[in-house]
Design a protein around this ligand. Structure first.
Ligand code: SAM
Ligand code: SF4
Length: 449
């Protein structure tokens, strides 16, 4: 069978789609382009904007392929599938499978049953542990991308119920994966050639603090993974400020291969907005974490998520967000306008901030962020760093080739080199020679390794 997967949303979804691809390939199925697929899988996201509309228009496009072959069918997975569920079967008769983010573990078997004609339509919408199913030997095979970077999932779901967020409803309660299984996967990846691992979860700092936890804390997990010989870079995301343990902060000073960067979503710079968001930390606490991180690792690069126009956010509240962004000096941030999500607590909070006002605030915030980003990149000119090469740069100038990679903090560095191939997955020592708006240019000062 030939299948095509379209993925919307966060790194978790990208990772889920990669797992599904491997599981289907292990059954002898093949990835296909849009014009030749027999099964279309859409992995959806509902965190922001108008997610259902996006999915409906994608299904509309897929429906056009029915003219080519009437046996073509589709599967819808992820957060929107969890919400709309069987509703998809009525609206789009060619949708034969819906699966939530936990249901994905059984999606390969369900697809097989549908293809074999044993089942007409399947809905996998229960919140279950995905790990038992996903860790069957045949699906445990690791594939190493050319870039030699890998993502490893360490937990499902989230227990925090931030008042704006749909994730706990679409991905269910937090369930930590067993640390032995995580370590096995990380070891297998490194043995197969992976040099950089990113541990993934909605709130990695509360890893192990749930019913499925095995008593191993996130800081302990970091130490065990970092100790794997041959692992050059270790990262993790996402980190909730309320749960970050002193041991995790200390790890930035102790573990050489733990990269000096942390994505620490602040969401807002005013205590009253944070309280309404149910984030459970204050600005004072957040600043305390920032100070401790900078003490543990002076070169740490901090990035964040911010929401503007949360219900009740005043101009004064927003000014405090701007002030905090400057004070912490985030190197970059993802900023979003608040958007009502069905069923979350903030839907009933008033007064809503007018759309025009929220857009203006977002623009002001992004202008400030761009200036901070530019200045912090400028400060790096003249420094030396190791760049992990991911591919060729999009822009090319001159006779030599420009290669794109990342420094340990995750900043994009383009390095000019004579080689025309063979550099992906290699490190190269470089001196920063110029700062662009969102990236750096470097000159190579050593042999790639
Ligand atoms: N678990 C992570 C955390 O708590 O930091 C973030 C997960 S969420 C999928 C990614 C980001 O989307 C959040 O940090 C938040 O900034 C944004 N987000 C979530 N719900 C939103 C909403 N209703 N409106 C606007 N932005 C939202
Ligand atoms: Fe959503 Fe909050 Fe959980 Fe992050 S911690 S996924 S923002 S509920």
């Amino acid at each position: 069978m030939k299948f095509h997967i379209t993925t919307f949303g966060c790194q978790m979804n990208v990772h889920d789609s990669e797992w599904l691809t491997r599981a289907l390939e292990s059954r002898g199925w093949e990835v296909a382009g849009e014009d030749e697929a027999q099964i279309y899988i859409v992995n959806t996201c509902s965190v922001r904007d108008k997610p259902e509309q996006k999915v409906y228009s994608e299904l509309g496009r897929i429906a056009a392929h029915l003219k080519r072959d009437e046996n073509i069918f589709a599967a819808v997975g992820g957060c929107v599938a969890q919400q709309i569920g069987r509703g998809f079967f009525e609206r789009f008769p060619f949708v034969k499978l819906v699966f939530g983010s936990d249901g994905i573990a059984n999606a390969p078997n369900a697809l097989e049953r549908i293809v074999e004609g044993n089942e007409e339509r399947v809905a996998l919408l229960d919140f279950v542990s995905i790990y038992e199913e996903r860790e069957q030997p045949e699906e445990r095979t690791v594939t190493v991308p050319e870039t030699r970077q890998a993502f490893v999932n360490i937990m499902q779901g989230c227990d925090n119920f931030c008042s704006y967020c749909i994730v706990p409803y679409t991905r269910g309660r937090q369930k930590s994966r067993h640390h032995d299984a995580i370590l096995d996967e990380c070891r297998a990846l490194v043995e197969s050639g992976v040099r950089e691992i990113t541990l993934l979860g909605q709130n990695v700092n509360s890893f192990g603090m749930d019913k499925s936890g095995s008593g191993v804390s996130f800081a302990e997990l970091l130490h065990s993974v970092a100790a794997i010989e041959g692992l050059d870079r270790l990262r993790f995301t996402t980190s909730h400020p309320k749960d970050i343990a002193p041991e995790v902060i200390a790890a930035f000073g102790e573990l050489e291969n733990l990269c000096p960067s942390l994505h620490l979503p602040m969401q807002a710079g005013s205590d009253s907005v944070l309280k309404a968001m149910k984030r459970r930390y204050t600005i004072e606490k957040y600043l305390g974490i920032v100070d401790a991180l900078k003490t543990a690792r002076p070169d740490i690069s901090l990035t964040t998520d911010l929401i503007v126009g949360f219900p009740g956010e005043t101009e004064e509240d927003f000014a405090q967000t701007l002030e905090m962004v400057e004070r912490v000096g985030f190197e970059s941030s993802f900023s979003f306008k608040y958007s009502d999500r069905p069923g979350v607590a903030a839907v009933n909070m008033e007064p809503k901030v007018e759309a025009k006002e929220a857009s203006e605030r977002l623009m002001r915030l992004q202008t400030l962020q761009n200036n901070i980003t530019r200045n912090s990149l400028k400060n790096l000119v003249g420094r030396e760093t190791d760049v992990f090469i991911e591919g060729m740069s999009r822009k090319q100038f001159g006779d030599n080739l420009w290669w794109k990679g990342r420094d340990p903090a995750g900043r994009i560095v383009n390095v000019e080199m004579v080689e025309r191939d063979g550099l992906v997955g290699k490190m190269v020592r470089a001196r920063i020679i110029e700062a662009k708006n969102h990236s750096l240019l470097g000159e190579r000062i050593g042999k790639p390794w």
